[in-house]
Design a protein around this ligand. Structure first.
Ligand SMILES: Nc1ncnc2c1ncn2[C@@H]1O[C@H](COP(=O)(O)OP(=O)(O)O)[C@@H](O)[C@H]1O
Ligand SMILES: [Mg+2]
Length: 577
């Protein structure tokens, strides 16, 4: 198993080491049992010595109980070690993901990260448990049983010795054949999980569009592929059992033949024959277990690789040692900024953007979907790094700041924003966990959220359900704005954050911004002209480039895109909701 991943065993090393120790003790007891059985038959029964039989019987029972105890203890410790290892792995991956930039997350995709945190870790956990339990058991069992056999009958012992590599080879050959199929199965699992996750996450949308049948069909297709691949793999593995059975009966037959002769010759006793048959069975069973573990490990290998990929991903953004912790003011400058989501050489989503915003200004951004409005503003809190040129905040390149300090000062309400399970207080305090109740209420008033929160029976203690589905779209947006305001940022970015808020409330929010946080630079991305009309400066985005900059009045004269949007909305009455 992968050495680097094994580092995560940490405090469960003790259990990991003790498991095989107890397994060894258990095996020792198990190996003694057939020996005593032989004695009972050969001495007790042959001589008709009841006293001897009872004495040996009691020892047998004690041995069996002790063996049971060791076995149970080994099982327990093995389970703890494996579950603990899995816990640590999960913890390590989760920690790692916290350092991921948006780019790192894009690289894996969210569902794939979820699969790695769940299915893959479970695979590794299972493989780990079987490894520490069975890999210790099999070799000890094989060696001890064989030595026992050797003391009883040399030819049979030699036969068994010859069987081990042959049978082991065949079983490993089968496992190797099945391996690629298992790998394929797990790749398909990823697709399956993606579909399930997408569907369940978007259950409401699926229902609203009555796409249930379509989704079921899609799911059915992938499900069938997984089924077929699994069947293929298992069909190969299924050979294990008949081959084993065949060998076992063959060996038993041979032993009875050879052993029978020896008994007739008087060189071996009946009880000895029964005991070496048991030893032979134990050896063969152990071999089968080894191959079983072998298959498990191979299956887990794919998972191990996938886990390691996450652990080895280099976080794109790591703070410099002498990173700046203070943002001087809310000035923003874009200088010849190029940006591509796939890094250098990729398709440019932003092309040579130049922009200068003064602290405290209100900036509106308008443009069609896909014109790169979100992409543009995401560079300011450094959610992504520029591909070319530079973005400066407070006169300093964003890459020179401590990331936390920068993001505390540049507060952004993402277009796809979410609330978390918890009370409204708790949700708003994501912005600043130490904020007082009064502060929370103050920012909610600013974001025009206080009035509707006051109408809830539990007010600020109202619980938000997962995803925030128990508040309306507009209410959710206002809570998200309040949360962003709680940071007292020098720059506040709203990415289409009032789209579900009525025009009047929208205007009240902007008025509050102007009056209450005059020094904060405010960037407002909007679809509605009315949301940006009174801004100090409006940026018109088109296809990754700035198409025009100016006040509403100036743009009406000079910018065709702006004029068209303005006329369609104002004349068309799209603004009157
Ligand atoms: N995470 C991403 N990975 C790759 N491409 C993206 C990503 N996000 C957006 N894009 C692409 O970048 C372009 C601009 O998108 P975006 O900035 O979201 O536009 P807008 O916010 O103006 O609607 C689009 O072509 C979009 O497909
Ligand atoms: Mg957008």
């Amino acid at each position: 198993m992968n050495r680097k991943l094994l580092r995560s065993v940490r405090e469960y090393k003790r259990e990991t080491i003790l498991t095989p120790v107890f397994v060894a003790l258990e095996v020792l007891m198990e190996v003694l049992i057939p020996l005593l059985m032989a004695k009972i038959i050969d001495v007790g029964i042959m001589d008709g010595d009841i006293g001897y039989i009872v004495k040996m019987g009691i020892i047998l029972v004690v041995l069996a109980i002790v063996s049971l105890f060791f076995g149970a203890k080994a099982g327990q410790l093995g389970a703890i070690a494996a579950a603990g290892y899995a816990k640590n792995l999960r913890h390590d991956i989760f920690y790692k993901i916290q350092d991921f930039s948006f780019g790192n997350i894009d690289h894996f995709s969210t569902p794939s990260l979820v699969t790695r945190l769940t299915t893959d870790i479970t695979n590794v956990q299972m493989a780990y448990m079987f490894t520490i339990r069975l890999l210790a058991r099999a070799p000890i069992m094989i060696v001890l049983s064989w030595i026992m056999t050797l003391t009883i009958n040399v030819p049979i012992a030699l036969l068994l010795l010859a069987m081990v590599p042959i049978l082991g080879g065949v079983l490993i050959f089968i496992a190797k054949k099945a391996h690629p199929h298992f790998i394929q199965v797990f790749d398909e699992y990823d697709v399956l999980n993606n579909t399930v996750q997408e569907n369940v996450n978007a259950a409401r949308v699926v229902k609203a569009y009555v796409r249930g049948d379509h989704e079921i069909e899609k799911f059915g297709k992938i499900s069938t592929i997984v089924f077929k691949l699994f069947t293929k793999a298992e069909k190969i593995v299924a050979w294990n059992s008949p081959i084993m059975q065949f060998t076992i009966y063959g060996v038993v037959l041979f032993m009875v033949l050879v052993g029978g002769k020896s008994i007739i010759n008087g060189t071996m006793l009946t009880g000895e024959l029964t005991s070496i048959i048991v030893y032979a069975l134990q050896i063969l069973m152990s071999l089968m277990m080894v191959t079983f573990v072998f298959v498990m490990i191979m299956i887990a290998e794919a998972s191990t690789d996938r886990i390691q990929e996450v652990l080895e991903e280099v976080p794109e953004m790591i703070d410099d040692e002498n990173a700046l912790a203070e943002v001087a003011n809310g000035d923003i400058d874009f200088e010849h900024v190029d940006f591509s989501y796939s890094g250098e050489g990729g398709n440019l989503s932003l092309k040579d953007v130049n922009l200068h915003i003064k602290s405290g200004q209100i900036i509106g951004i308008i443009g069609g979907t896909g014109s790169a409005k979100s992409t543009l503003v995401q560079l300011i809190p450094r959610l992504y790094d520029v591909t070319g040129g530079s973005v400066k905040v407070g006169g300093v390149d964003v890459r020179k700041y401590n990331l936390k300090a920068l993001r505390d000062q540049v507060s952004m309400v993402l277009q796809k924003n979410v609330l978390f399970t918890g009370s409204i207080y708790e949700n708003i305090r994501w912005g600043d966990e130490n904020a007082s109740d009064e502060e929370v209420q103050r920012v909610c008033k600013l974001a025009q959220a206080d009035s509707f929160v006051q109408e809830f029976p539990n007010k600020y203690d109202t619980m938000i359900v997962e995803g925030g589905n128990n508040v309306s779209g507009g209410q959710k947006q206002r809570l998200c704005i309040a949360r962003a305001l709680l940071k007292k940022p020098k720059i506040l970015i709203l990415d289409d954050s009032t789209s579900a808020v009525d025009t009047k409330t929208d205007a009240l929010i902007r008025q509050a911004f102007r009056e209450e946080i005059p020094d904060t630079t405010k960037i407002i991305i909007a679809q509605r002209v009315s949301s940006v009309e009174d801004a100090d400066m409006i940026i018109v985005m088109d296809n990754g480039e700035i198409n025009g900059i100016g006040t509403s009045e100036e743009l009406l004269k000079t910018n065709e895109i702006y004029r068209e949007v303005y006329e369609s909305q104002v004349k068309g009455g799209a603004d009157n909701e």
